[in-house]
Write a new protein. Structure first.
Length: 390
C-alpha cells in the first residue's frame, strides 16, 4: 500500500461523517434511527431564491468560470447587508471575497496567516474544523475555554503568556456552535485589544447571525478600529437553508482579504455564478426571520422536553442547537447509549477536550422527529442518572 503523508496521523475522521456512517450501518440492518446529531437543515430555501437560481442557471454565461473574488453583484450585496445589519462599511472591491461555503475558507485562511509552530487559538467547545490548521499545516492548537458562567465567553486567563505571544489566529463564533450563546460588544472589544497586543488575526465565524431568538447578533467589525485584525466569515447555510449550495464570504481588511484570496484563487475556481446570483437575492430580499421563528419553536420544544426528563438548561438565545450536560458527566457514554436506543446525538468531546461532559442536540429536524427523539432519550437520561450498583 502506498505510504500516506505523516499529517494523516493527526487527521482523525470528521465526527459528523463518522456519525453518518454509523447511522447508515444501523439503518441497513433495519434499525429506525432518529438523527439529532448532524446539523443539516430540513427547511427549504425560499421559492424566490430557488427561482433566481433556476433562471440564472438557464443563462449561458452562468456556466463560465466565475471571477475569483466573486461576482460584483454578490460582493455588493454582502457589503449592503453589513451596512443594514451592523452599520459596518465594507469596500466590496477590496474587503469582500466570495467562498465555497465557510468551512473550507475557515481552514484555508490559516495557509495565508500561520507558519508551522505558530499557535492557533480555538474555542473549547467549538466547531471541530477550527482545529484543522494544526492537523494539516503544523500549527500548535491551544484551547481557549468557554466559561459556562455567565455566557460561554472565552476565558483568556487560561491562555499561557507564551502561547498568547505565539498566537497568529484566534477563532471565535457567536452566535455560538454548540452552546447557542451570544457575545456582548464589550467582550468583543476585549478580544480585539488582545489581538492588537499580540499581532493576532481574530477570525469571527458569523454562521448563525440571522438565527437569534433573544437579543441580536454582533459583528466584531462593529468594534471601533477592529478591521485591521479581523476576518469575518459569512455563510448562507443555516439562515437561508442553502447548505448544499456551498456559498459564503470572507470580509475584513483589504490586506488580509488579499492574502487569503491569493490562497483561495490557487486552490479553487470560485462559486458557480448561478448560485452567486441566488445568494445575492437571498441577502437582499429573503426573510430569514421566518426560519428563525420555526427554529425558536423547535428550541422551545426541546428545552421543555428536556425539562420533563429532569434535564434543565437555559434556552439558547441563538444558533440551532441545545448544549446539554450529560448525567454522570460522560457525554461519550451518553451518546453511545442514545445511539443504542435509536437516537444519534453529537458527543461533546467532538467540540474540544474539555467538553466531554456534554452532548449536542441539533434543531435542524422536523418537530415530530425532535419529539420522537426526546421520547427515546428519556430512559437513557434516567439510566445515566441512576447510581452505579455497589
Amino acid at each position: 500500500m502506498p505510504r500516506l503523508a505523516d499529517r494523516m496521523a493527526q487527521l482523525t475522521p470528521y465526527v459528523f461523517q463518522s456519525i453518518g456512517w454509523e447511522m447508515a450501518r444501523m439503518r441497513a440492518r433495519g434499525a429506525d434511527v432518529v438523527d439529532l446529531g448532524i446539523s443539516d437543515p430540513d427547511l427549504a430555501p425560499s421559492p424566490p431564491v430557488v427561482a433566481t437560481l433556476a433562471a440564472a442557471a438557464a443563462h449561458p454565461n452562468s456556466h463560465r468560470y466565475p471571477p475569483y473574488r466573486g461576482s460584483s453583484r454578490l460582493r455588493r450585496a454582502v457589503a449592503a447587508w453589513y451596512r443594514r445589519h451592523f452599520d459596518v462599511e465594507l469596500d466590496p472591491e477590496r474587503e469582500v471575497w466570495v467562498t465555497l461555503g465557510s468551512k473550507e475558507a475557515l481552514v484555508h485562511l490559516t495557509l495565508a496567516l500561520v507558519n508551522p509552530g505558530d499557535v492557533v487559538l480555538v474555542p473549547d467547545p467549538g466547531y471541530p474544523s477550527y482545529r484543522m490548521a494544526g492537523a494539516l499545516f503544523g500549527a500548535a492548537t491551544v484551547d481557549v475555554p468557554l466559561s459556562p458562567a455567565p455566557h460561554f465567553l472565552p476565558d483568556l486567563s487560561q491562555v499561557a503568556a507564551r502561547d498568547a505571544a505565539r498566537a497568529r489566529v484566534w477563532y471565535v463564533n457567536y452566535p455560538n456552535n454548540p452552546t447557542g450563546a451570544l457575545a456582548p460588544p464589550a467582550a468583543m472589544a476585549d478580544w480585539v485589544a488582545f489581538c492588537r497586543q499580540h499581532d493576532t488575526v481574530l477570525v469571527s465565524d458569523l454562521a448563525y447571525a440571522e438565527l437569534v431568538y433573544e437579543g441580536r447578533a454582533t459583528s466584531v467589525l462593529q468594534v471601533p478600529g477592529a478591521k485591521p485584525w479581523v476576518l469575518e466569515s459569512l455563510t448562507w447555510s443555516k439562515g437561508h437553508s442553502l447548505q448544499g449550495w456551498r456559498v459564503g464570504a470572507l470580509v475584513g481588511s483589504a490586506e488580509l482579504i488579499e492574502a487569503v484570496g491569493r490562497v483561495e484563487a490557487n486552490v479553487n475556481a470560485g462559486v458557480f455564478l448561478a448560485i452567486q446570483e441566488a445568494a445575492a437575492e437571498a441577502l437582499t430580499h429573503d426573510h430569514p426571520e421566518v426560519l428563525a421563528r420555526r427554529y425558536r419553536t423547535r428550541r422551545d420544544l426541546v428545552v421543555a422536553g428536556l425539562a420533563q426528563a429532569g434535564i434543565r438548561i437555559p434556552a439558547p438565545p441563538g444558533a440551532v442547537y441545545c448544549w446539554v450536560p450529560a448525567p454522570g458527566g460522560d457525554g461519550d457514554a451518553l451518546a453511545r447509549a442514545a445511539l443504542a436506543a435509536g437516537v444519534a446525538v453529537a458527543p461533546g468531546s467532538a467540540f474540544g477536550p474539555a467538553s466531554g461532559g456534554y452532548v449536542r442536540l441539533s434543531l435542524t429536524h422536523p418537530e415530530a422527529v425532535l419529539a420522537r427523539g426526546l421520547e427515546r432519550l428519556r430512559p437513557v437520561w434516567a439510566e445515566a442518572r441512576a447510581p452505579s450498583p455497589p
